[in-house]
Design a protein around this ligand. Structure first.
Ligand code: UD1
Length: 425
């Protein structure tokens, strides 16, 4: 793993436009969905990120040909899946790799995919994915760290599935398995994240019959054939949210590429804190309130349309600078407060008990050496470092590289003093 770090000399005057890239979590399932049907696909607005490169390696290992047309566009040729096994070496690098299971089952009737294992923010099992595949007529066995699935009678069959929890990954995996299954699949209590809607729109553009998009219950009528297509991925709402926080913290920073309909609960919380903003006719997001006027609020992370867990750590940085105290209850991942001790090293006053963090407002951050534990935690630390007097080092930025395209270049372009250096270990 690369051991890079960001050196940030904070408290500079920032001004200019931060542009949001295409959605990482939207791109991954759509890339994976090209496994389902043979043919040639063009995908646009794909962010230039490590996770995308990891996924491309995996797709190539399964037999797809992937060609990068320009920084954000790819041509994918599916001449048939040549290998039904997704290896541990590739899956362990990124949990979303497990999403290949549904499409391989749909295409080949048989799949062998490494179990992803845990990660820093929690255990993250795949039981809901597997229950879904079983409901559609797959026999599942787990051996030597791999899940082996074999479709009984060679053809997936539609059924009713009620998810115990609206898991994003399980919803996506089951949808991809169901689009060519025989008969009708009804999935209830599905995740409703915008990236899932985007996957459904992509599949419907290919000729799938998915109804109820965005409503919590999907009805999928299986079709025999899909038709490859060209598709443009939605902007990344989590990057947008992170940049909006930067704009709240630094007068003069604007954000381009915000889809407010994807960020409603987040924007409502900002408004509750006292943030005011407007979006001009060119779609530029501009903050009109002052940082010193913000007050603390309570946030609880929830499945969409609730407050997104991926913006929990970035908003915590902002809460540190608000008046009074704030509270965050994390309900999605059991271990997602690893950024707290790091923010405290930077002068924050945050205490945690179980899944609740209490954040006491402070006047300013103080620069320090810190470490990112996951990609959103890394973004939270970069935000804090930008607002600290003196020089901070944010270590383990390979996490940040997984989810934010050219972050230091974008920040430098608006006046930040940030450079990528070798991590001192
Ligand atoms: C996706 C996002 C991630 C985001 C998360 C929650 C991608 C590539 N990643 O991850 O950025 O933080 O949604 O919004 O889109 N669970 C089970 N059993 C399962 C599946 C999940 O218990 O079979 C649990 C998980 O352990 C976790 C919770 O459900 O506690 C949410 O996970 P899920 O919605 O599946 O998240 P991901 O798809 O992994």
């Amino acid at each position: 793993m690369g051991v890079g770090a960001f050196k940030i000399r904070g408290n500079k005057k920032l001004s200019g436009i931060l542009e949001v890239e295409g959605s990482k979590n939207g791109s991954l399932p759509i890339f994976v969905a090209t496994l389902i049907e043979k043919g040639t696909y063009i995908l646009r607005n794909i962010p230039n990120l490590m996770d995308i490169r990891t996924l491309i390696k995996l797709l190539e290992s399964l037999g797809l040909e992937v060609e990068q047309l320009d920084k954000h566009s790819y041509k994918i040729v599916n001449n048939g899946i040549k290998n039904i096994e997704a290896s541990y070496e590739l899956v362990k690098k990124m949990r979303a790799s497990f999403l290949v299971m549904g499409p391989i089952l749909a295409h080949c009737g048989e799949a062998k995919v490494s179990l992803p294992g845990g990660c820093a923010i929690g255990a993250r099992p795949v039981d809901l994915h597997l229950k879904g595949f079983e409901a559609l007529g797959t026999e599942i066995t787990i051996e030597h760290g791999y899940v082996y699935g074999k479709v009984k009678d060679g053809k997936l069959k539609g059924d009713k599935i009620i998810l115990d929890f609206p898991s994003v990954g399980a919803t996506e995996n089951i949808i991809m398995a169901a689009v060519k299954a025989e008969g009708v699949t009804i999935i209830e209590n599905v995740a409703r994240e915008p990236e899932i809607d985007d996957l459904c729109h992509f599949l419907n553009k290919m000729g799938a019959k998915i109804e109820g998009i965005g409503e919590g219950k999907l009805t999928i009528t299986g079709v025999d054939k899909l038709y490859p297509c060209e598709y443009e991925i939605i902007p990344d709402r989590i990057v947008a949210g992170t940049f909006i926080i930067a704009a709240v913290m630094f007068e003069g920073v604007k954000v381009k590429g915000v889809r407010t309909e994807h960020l409603e609960s987040f924007l409502m919380k900002l408004q509750e804190m006292g943030v005011t903003y407007h979006i001009d006719e060119n779609g530029l997001f501009e903050v009109t309130s002052k940082l010193e006027d913000l007050k603390g609020v309570k946030v609880k992370t929830m499945p969409h349309p609730g407050f997104p867990t991926d913006l929990q750590s970035p908003i915590m940085t902002l809460m540190c600078l608000a008046k009074g105290s704030s509270e965050i209850t994390e309900t999605i991942f059991e271990n997602r407060f690893m950024h707290v001790p790091e923010l405290n090293r930077m002068g924050a006053e945050i205490t945690t008990e179980k899944n609740i963090a209490v954040i006491k407002g402070i006047d300013k951050f103080s620069s320090a050496q810190v470490m990112s534990s996951d990609l959103r935690a890394g973004a939270a630390l970069v935000l804090a470092a930008l607002k600290s007097e003196g020089e901070s080092t944010v270590n383990r930025i390979y996490h940040i590289d997984r989810g934010y395209e050219d972050l230091e270049i974008k920040l430098r372009n608006i006046g930040a003093d940030i450079e990528r250096v070798k991590e001192e270990i």
